[in-house]
Design a protein around this ligand. Structure first.
Ligand code: FES
Ligand code: FE2
Length: 371
């Protein structure tokens, strides 16, 4: 492998992978009485809940003449466009009524569909399945079916707490993701007196292995710098703690920490909003601080600090990226970033050829860096 790899500058339409579930909105922001707007992969969506509280997602453009549907009238079942009053079933997008038709005009109304997307509520978020190829916004396309249910956070007991954080990043999903998996920025971006300083940099060695569609930083990493890990050490012996961090296409980082009967799980996603804009969402579930007075607040504070530091960094980075500078990825600190691009390329290649995806990581490998 060459020492310096020029970054693969990807075609704009390959920045955003279709055929996956994406987080659209926090579930507590979507109410029966109000239609919400959202944007995923440059697709404008209208998201709401029906009378039975079931969420739905439609393309926010009427198949007649493109009027945004979020301004229409919703009766809990059908959404009526505000321009000419066409009505659509919110769960499959099927047209129910075209008021201008006279009795002898035989247009088959039920063959017309507004773009409709599989939609599920999971762990505090509304997830939307962006099918491939994306259904046309207008016309006669029936909604696609999702290949699998939306991703879930792994939980290890019945009782647990759940919290989320979200932040907008003015960079492509690729920069959002490689920024998330990058170990070398920690001492420079995430400084705090109660955390660490740049003088605490030391050599680290981590084991990685391939997993379907991604890679895993193997269990048991006693020198981890992760926030919940440090907090967990307050009341569990360091050597009884195991942690696993996975990255899986298109955009998911899961972290699982277990210490006896205590556990902490998080699922962080970086969602492509447009080709130059992504959103990071951290959702965590845990049973560890339930009895500790400031546990959840402390955890949220630590995470919020981290995410805000990353957000500010990427905001500044976006200035530097504006005029398309040359970039590089170095070993070993940027190896996970290289794997991400290789996974993405392998995924697209498999899609193109119809063959099984060729995993770019041949087997277990140890990476070394200073951070
Ligand atoms: S644009 Fe929606 S009904 Fe005409
Ligand atoms: Fe960071």
């Amino acid at each position: 492998m060459p020492e310096l790899d020029l970054p693969q500058r990807q075609a704009p339409d390959s920045f955003m992978l279709t055929g996956f579930w994406y987080r659209a909105l926090p579930a507590d922001r979507v109410h029966y009485s109000h239609l919400e707007k959202a944007m995923l992969l440059e697709i404008p969506l209208v998201i709401g809940r029906d009378r039975a509280n079931q969420p739905f997602a439609l393309r926010d453009a009427c198949p007649h003449r493109g009027m945004p549907l979020h301004g229409g009238h919703f009766d809990g079942e059908n959404l009526e466009c505000s321009y000419h009053g066409w009505q659509f079933d919110v769960h499959n997008g099927q047209c129910q009524l075209i008021p201008s038709l006279t009795a002898d005009q035989k247009l088959r109304v039920d063959r017309i569909y507004a773009g409709s997307y599989p939609c599920e509520e999971q762990d505090g978020f509304i997830w939307v399945y962006i099918s491939e190829p994306p259904p046309a916004g207008a016309g006669f396309t029936k909604p696609a079916e999702a290949a699998e249910p939306s991703p879930q956070i792994e939980k290890f007991s019945d009782k647990y707490k759940l919290a989320y954080l979200t932040a907008d990043m003015p960079v492509s999903v690729d920069h959002g993701i490689i920024g998330l998996m990058d170990p070398a920025h920690g001492p420079f971006v995430h400084q705090a007196w109660w955390w660490r300083s740049r003088h605490s940099i030391h050599e680290k060695q981590k084991n990685f292995e391939p997993i379907p569609n991604g890679f895993r930083m193997s269990a048991h990493t006693p020198s981890s710098n992760s926030a919940p890990y440090k907090l967990l050490r307050l009341y569990a012996a360091a050597d009884s703690i195991t942690t696993t961090i996975d990255f899986v296409l298109p955009n998911m980082r899961t972290e699982t920490i277990r210490a006896g009967k205590y556990w902490f799980s998080s699922l962080t996603t970086v969602t492509p909003v447009t080709r130059n804009h992504c959103r990071i969402e951290v959702v965590a579930a845990w049973n560890i601080f339930r009895w500790m007075p400031f546990g959840p607040e402390l955890l949220k504070f630590v995470f919020a600090r981290f995410v805000e530091q990353d957000r500010r960094t990427m905001e500044t980075q976006a200035e530097g990226l504006k005029y398309n500078p040359h970039l590089m990825l170095i070993d070993d600190a940027d190896r996970p970033a290289k794997w991400y691009f290789q996974l993405k390329a392998a995924h697209l290649e498999a899609k193109r050829t119809g063959a099984e995806m060729k995993h770019p990581i041949p087997g277990p490998v140890t990476l070394k860096w200073r951070s």
